[in-house]
Design a protein around this ligand. Structure first.
Ligand SMILES: CC(=O)OC[C@H](N)C(=O)O
Length: 311
């Protein structure tokens, strides 16, 4: 059917109504002269960082010790600029949220300079981050007989992908950078199906096998050498409210998982006071809201099964 151009004439009135709604419903638009961090820039930062953390595996091949310094130097230089811009935007946004855009004090704050300081501090953390990521990749190899080697893990494993982005996001979270850590973790969540809040503290040699549906909450603490399978939730049990009925934020809501614990598929472990002692094993589909001593196996009773010949 051909376009009816008389109907198209309604579009300008319709657009006016949409724009009017920006005044009536201001809570879900950001109009003004101070840009927010950009999702595409944050994704670009993650991809540049992966080039630095795992050189030779992704965009640029034929890297060797003779040319890698030039390649990484160029990336570090570009990341300095991108991080400075995105972090300063996030800091300005946060300030405006707390004090309002018109606050006199705001003109005196050099958000760009603060953004640069935080960018340098972040870049400085990369060698240590590589050291920990090497333990994560090794834990995947040691924990999965299906893995043929570290190359396969670095190319293919969603668990390592999610943990890599988590270690990046967690560093920025520790630096108290607003918004960007969560933008990163949700990007990684969309790629892998693994949802790790940037606030979660995770020790070295962490391995998530398969990973789809794993959820790890903000105040979760995970020790060294922990292994979890798909569908595991390390979550909050209930939400405390203040006298006015608002949710209390910032309390420890998620469990503590000590060293060398293994948690099998679809187990749900909830509550800030729940501690799984070291070297314990939590079986598949267990629902756990109480602490478990070290070296303990927790399983659910197997329901009795009826076996008959299939017709
Ligand atoms: C992982 C989880 O329990 O999340 C619930 C809620 N978002 C919280 O952080 O408490």
């Amino acid at each position: 059917m051909a376009t009816d151009f008389r109907l198209k004439e309604q579009l300008s009135a319709l657009t006016d109504r949409i724009v009017d709604s920006y005044q009536d419903i201001g809570s879900i638009n950001h109009l003004g002269h101070c840009p927010l961090p950009s999702t595409s820039a944050v994704v670009e930062i993650i991809n540049d960082l992966k080039e630095i953390l795992y050189p030779g595996y992704r965009r640029r091949q034929n890297l060797h010790l003779g040319n890698v310094t030039y390649y990484v130097g160029d990336l570090v230089d570009g990341l300095h600029d991108k991080l400075t811009q995105q972090i300063s935007r996030a800091l300005r946004y946060d300030y405006d949220q707390k004090h309002g855009e018109d606050c006199d004090q705001r003109r005196l704050i050099d958000f760009e300079a603060r953004g640069q300081q935080e960018a340098i501090r972040f870049l400085d953390s990369l060698p240590d981050m590589r050291r920990i990521l090497a333990t994560d990749a090794q834990a995947a190899y040691d924990g999965d007989p299906a893995a043929s080697g570290l190359h396969e893990i670095i190319f293919c494993y969603p668990g390592l992908e999610a943990v890599t982005v988590h270690r990046i996001a967690h560093q920025l979270y520790r630096q108290r950078i607003p918004l960007i850590p969560r933008m990163m973790s949700e990007y990684s969540h969309s790629l892998t199906g693994i949802d790790i809040h940037p606030g979660a503290t995770i020790g070295p040699s962490f391995f998530i096998d398969h990973g789809t549906g794993v959820v790890i909450g903000e105040t979760c603490e995970i020790g060294t050498g922990v292994k979890v399978y798909q569908g595991v939730t390390l979550g909050a049990l209930s939400f405390a409210k203040d006298g006015e009925g608002n949710l209390v934020r910032g309390t420890k809501r998620h469990p503590t998982i000590r060293d060398r614990v293994v948690i099998y598929a679809n187990a749900t472990i909830l509550g800030g006071g729940t501690i799984v002692g070291e070297q314990s094993v939590v079986g598949a589909s267990v629902w756990l809201t109480k602490s478990v001593p070290p070296n303990t196996m927790v399983t659910i009773e197997t329901p009795s099964l009826r076996l008959r010949e299939a017709s």
